[in-house]
Design a protein around this ligand. Structure first.
Ligand code: GAL
Length: 663
């Protein structure tokens, strides 16, 4: 993907929006900033295949030659995120249909159904044609299938999707009896006679079976993965040998894809990550998303394929990033294991939907604070380029998070229908991070054996195999913390009966009798002083110590937090959603697990170490508003100064200390 010892720097380049003189300036400015790769072609389909099987390559050849002569690498996209208007006019049947059965209109992007055979034919033809033409081009370093495949896509409910879903259910369940059992279709008499009765869950006049809805979510994820594979196969068949990936939407915006099941098909884990201007702690959300990227494959560096250098255009209020913030964000991604920093987009568009989205080159041009920051960032990436290829120091702490578990919670009617399951996980991640424990965020299917502390938060749906792996980790010595609303249903969204939380009841030695969700604004104190919101539960400790109890309300005096010794490890249960006072509990579980920070812990400073062989680099990002003194020894590659004992990190600044090898 990249030359050894080189971090990638660049972003989406959309030259079709500009006259050719601008391309010349673009390439000169790319060189000035140190850009070494651009993502090309994402939205170029209408300019490459100008009509059905009518091609115009001249301009693309010229752009590629310009970039190539300037030594700028290309991440070439199959342009399938943007089907041309002629294709929609000739084949409107490829456009997705919403839950009401209404087809969308042309005029946006991602207007295709992943299950439609006509779409398959056109999308693989353009992928193959591009692969044949540019697959061997030395400037093309990697390939980018579509854009945010499975991210911005709509779930489609058309006839072709229904037909594909029928086949998917046939393969998953084998017999219609097995499907009826798995989905519990006796409720409301929604029994299927044969697979011919199975359809996409278009909007009905009332609520629908949560098992059907979850199955359709899984099917949609698989349909988009198949689309990725189809285009990847077309590229490989055309002779492409360089890495192929797509940019995953792990953060804000979400996805219709369970990317944990995609990771094995991606040559590089690449992600897009956007911060919300209204989130005062957006750097923590970034850290969470970056930890998820790392958790998808801990054996190699990943890549932030898109983030924004400043404002975006799609939030209610699009404040620019503060001076220095873009640099901190890029460095945070690299600290968390990204081998570069790529942006959407190179030059801010003058027109179109994204005309107010920032670009590395702003509307105002280069005599701007922002451009100067971009050039400085390019310089920093060049100075720290020796970190390329290294990995984040293996963590002993992981948070288990799962998208299908969130789908299972959100599909159907629940005890709380306005409770975002993922927020508790993010709070755990923040508290663990604040203690210098650098948690990975991993799917339940990951190898959990390397971790001493495992926090399982919001794993509402879990299959037997994953539940067993989690229990095995405890038996083998890990401290496992199970948070509220975990292990309640199986992978088909059916309640595990016999006492909550069914999947973890024996592991925890507790018996949950009754959920006790709280009303909006209700707060319940625990004896420790921690505060529960949203969720409490009536539990008995059948084979566990009680560490904390509810201090008020109908559950007063009953267990809230418990612990059971299990083999060489232990299993803790946190039955409430603690939104205040989680910190002391995190201290307790970290102490129980015997995990201590391996990076300096200084308020406001994010510290992460990357390692390779004998070398190590300590990344320090000061998110605070005051200068910080951080213990370190070595050489700061950003400031180009030796560090002895401690580095003084001004407010908002970054340092990357090549550490003096320890004796
Ligand atoms: C991403 C997308 C880009 C651009 C960007 C704007 O989700 O991949 O093409 O639209 O959002 O923030």
């Amino acid at each position: 993907m990249t030359a050894p010892g080189r971090l990638l720097f660049g972003g989406d380049y959309n030259p079709e929006q500009w006259d050719e003189e601008v391309w010349i300036e673009d390439v000169a400015l790319m060189r000035e900033a140190g850009v070494n790769i651009v993502t090309l072609g994402v939205f170029s389909w209408a300019f490459l295949e100008v009509d059905d099987d009518v091609w115009d390559w001249g301009w693309f050849d010229r752009v590629i030659a310009l970039l190539s002569e300037a030594g700028i690498g290309i991440d070439l996209a199959t342009p399938t995120a943007a089907p041309p208007l002629w294709l929609h006019r000739d084949h409107p049947e490829i456009i997705p249909v919403d839950r009401r059965g209404i087809r969308y209109f042309p005029g946006g992007r991602l207007g295709w159904c992943a299950s439609h055979p006509t779409w398959h034919a056109y999308s693989t033809r353009i992928a193959r044609t591009l692969g044949e033409r540019y697959g061997a081009h030395p400037a093309v370093r990697m390939w980018h299938v579509g854009n945010e495949l499975g991210g911005g896509n709509r779930i489609c409910y058309c006839e072709a999707s229904s037909a594909a879903f029928r086949e998917w259910t046939r393969a998953r369940y084998g017999t219609i009896d097995a499907l009826n059992r798995a989905w519990g279709t006796a409720v409301w008499g929604l029994r299927y006679r044969s697979f011919d009765d199975v359809t996409a869950p278009l909007a009905s006049e009332s609520g629908q079976n949560p098992s059907l809805l979850l199955a359709y979510d899984r099917f949609s994820s698989d349909a988009h993965l198949d689309q990725y594979r189809r285009e990847k196969d077309a590229l490989r068949a055309a002779g492409v040998q360089t890495p192929i990936t797509t940019n995953l939407m792990l953060g804000v915006g979400g996805s219709v894809a369970d990317y944990a099941t995609w990771a094995g098909d991606l040559d590089v884990i690449a992600i897009d990550q956007y911060t919300l201007a209204a989130d005062p702690h957006r750097e923590r959300e970034l850290a969470f998303v970056a930890s998820r990227a790392r958790g998808l494959d801990r054996t190699k560096p990943w890549l932030v394929m898109e983030h924004a250098v400043s404002a975006v255009n799609w939030q209610p209020r699009n404040a620019p990033k503060r001076p220095g913030e873009a640099t901190r964000h890029s460095l945070q991604h690299i600290a968390h294991g990204s081998d570069g920093a790529l942006f959407f987009q190179w030059r801010a568009s003058a027109s179109g939907v994204e005309q107010y989205h920032s670009g590395l080159v702003p509307h105002a041009g280069t005599d701007t604070r922002q451009w100067r920051e971009v050039v400085r960032l390019g310089g920093i990436l060049d100075r720290i380029s020796e970190v390329a290829g290294s990995l984040v120091e293996p963590s002993r702490v992981a948070l288990v998070a799962d998208l299908p578990a969130k789908w299972a919670w959100e599909e159907g009617q629940k005890p709380l229908n306005d409770h975002p399951l993922e927020l508790a996980g993010r709070r755990w991640h923040e508290e663990l991070s604040a203690r210098g424990l650098v948690p990975d965020v991993v799917p339940p299917t990951a190898d959990l054996s390397a971790y001493d502390l495992l926090v399982v938060s919001g794993l509402y749906a879990v299959d037997d195999a994953s539940a067993a792996r989690i229990a095995d980790a405890a038996a083998a010595g890990a401290t496992v913390v199970i948070g509220h609303l975990s292990g309640i249903v199986d992978e088909e969204n059916r309640v595990r009966t016999g006492g909550y939380p069914g999947a973890f009841r024996d592991l925890l030695g507790v018996f949950g009798e009754e959920f006790a969700p709280l009303l909006d604004g209700e707060r319940v104190a625990l004896a420790s002083g921690a505060i529960a919101v949203d969720w409490t539960e009536r539990i008995r400790a059948t084979d566990a110590e009680v560490l904390d109890t509810y201090a008020e309300g109908p559950l007063a005096g009953l267990p809230a937090v418990t612990r059971r010794r299990v083999g060489a490890g232990q299993a803790w249960y946190v039955s409430a959603d603690l939104n205040e006072g989680l910190g002391p509990l995190v201290d307790d579980v970290a102490a129980a697990a015997g995990v201590a920070p391996r990076v300096p812990v200084v308020a406001g400073v994010e510290a992460i170490r990357r390692v390779s062989g004998e070398s190590s680099w300590l990344f320090l990002v000061n998110h605070g508003t005051t200068d910080a003194l951080v213990p370190a020894d070595g050489y700061d590659l950003v400031a180009e100064t030796p560090v002895s004992g401690a580095v003084t990190l001004p407010a908002g600044e970054v340092a990357v200390v090549r550490e003096t090898p320890r004796e």
